[in-house]
Design a protein around this ligand. Sequence first.
Ligand code: ADP
Length: 508
Amino acid sequence: LLSSTTSPGLHVIHIAAEMAPVAKVGGLGDVVSGLSKALLKKGHLVEIVLPKYDCMQYDRVSNLRALDVLIDSYFDRQLYQNKIWVGTIEGLPVYFIEPHHPDKFFWRGNFYGEHDDFRRFSFFSRAALEFLLQAGKKPDIIHCHDWQTAFIAPLYWDIYAPKGFNSARICFTCHNFEYQGTASASELESCGLESHHLNRSDRMQDNSAHDRVNSVKGGIVFSNIVTTVSPTYAQEVRTAEGGHGLHSTLSAHSKKFIGIINGIDTDAWNPATDAFLSVQYNAADLQGKAENKQALRRSLGLSSADVRRPLVGCITRLVPQKGVHLIRHAIYLTLELGGQFVLLGSSPVPHIQKEFEGIANHFQSHDQIRLILKYDESLSHSIYAASDMFIIPSIFEPCGLTQMISMRYGAIPIVRKTGGLNDSVFDVDDDTIPSQFRNGFTFVNADEQGLNGALVRAFNLFKNNPESWKQLVQKDMNIDFSWESSAEQYEELYLKSVSRARAAKRVL
Ligand code: ADP
């Protein structure tokens, strides 16, 4: 009894498809490493299990080595061997699973977007649990993320807990309900889950296609804790408009569902120490920020003539969720208002990529506008540091990290009031909000008028009241966006769930 109440730390294992900086596509990668580091700092034992992708940044993994034993895991009615690698990423112990399967699941030069993603990640989920079982791990919490590892929840309760691997509670975090991982029900069988048992409306059956199963729904139904990445998004996804078909499932499981806003990794994102920058700076020394602006202008071939000309930044995946039509509009409006615009983005959607290539070519040698259509970590740091304003006109945004990063670098966010943006950006002109919390510009309607209103107000303040602008920049740079308080909320959820399970065991 005593040991359960005074136990100093939990053993938490994250199983995920991404982890920054080695395998990052978007915010999920940042969250897995940021939350893990924060939990480690709080004294918990944290481990991470990832697929061993061929396209990872191996130079950021230290002490990578293969374990002596191979792990056999079930798929398509037979056993396949997996080689297990172990290494350290920014102080965190990470296991990598390399399947010896003829389909070479993680040997594709891509993280996602393959025709057999459902098979790739259901295989990985099963192999990850098999490894934990065979390694004799006794975690308190297994934390899975997004549809790729949501299979963990039904696999754990249907297959692994009955084998005696039952020390853990399962936490599932959905970072974006737009991506749900559906497939015809029979495809579930490959990883050993029984489709006739799970293809039911109260289990994994997709809410809009009854011959299909939905892995995110399985994560919701079978996990002990279900979270998403901001309180506002948690409300939005429980409505028919925002739930992408899962609102009724989320409402039925609302007691275990909560929104916790993400933090950012304040070591990786720190203008005072950032090695990617030409000059480091802090809130008390904004001269350094001005020098970064000049350096970026020079390197991108933009005009440096007017130091006071505001630079508007935008760094994003170019997908409909991000409000691509409003991003396009913002480019032209910025030009009209006398600013400079720098976009760093790339698109997995061919027609959007093509459209932006057209705009990029049009402005190829323009001295106020530059579009760079690729993924570039180093350039992203330089843009955050150089920007005066940062635009995020999302249609929906589960949490969003770029508004927090931009504020930390002194770029004032201009955002649509949705999801996590609504929980982290508060309009400077909104009298209903205590003035100490006001930190940016927001708009409500996802149309050009909405965006115009916010961007024009930002330009006016920048041009007409430089002293207030400077104070706003300094205030934003000093806001605490670290994982500290959000990690504490996860810790509380974990602890509550673990002690509830222990209490239930004692009663039994
Ligand atoms: P999402 O997860 O929907 O992509 P987030 O705002 O949660 O959006 O996270 C985006 C992360 O990806 C941020 O760290 C941002 O800096 C980074 N990012 C997005 N696009 C690019 C790009 N083209 N080059 C470099 N980093 C990018």
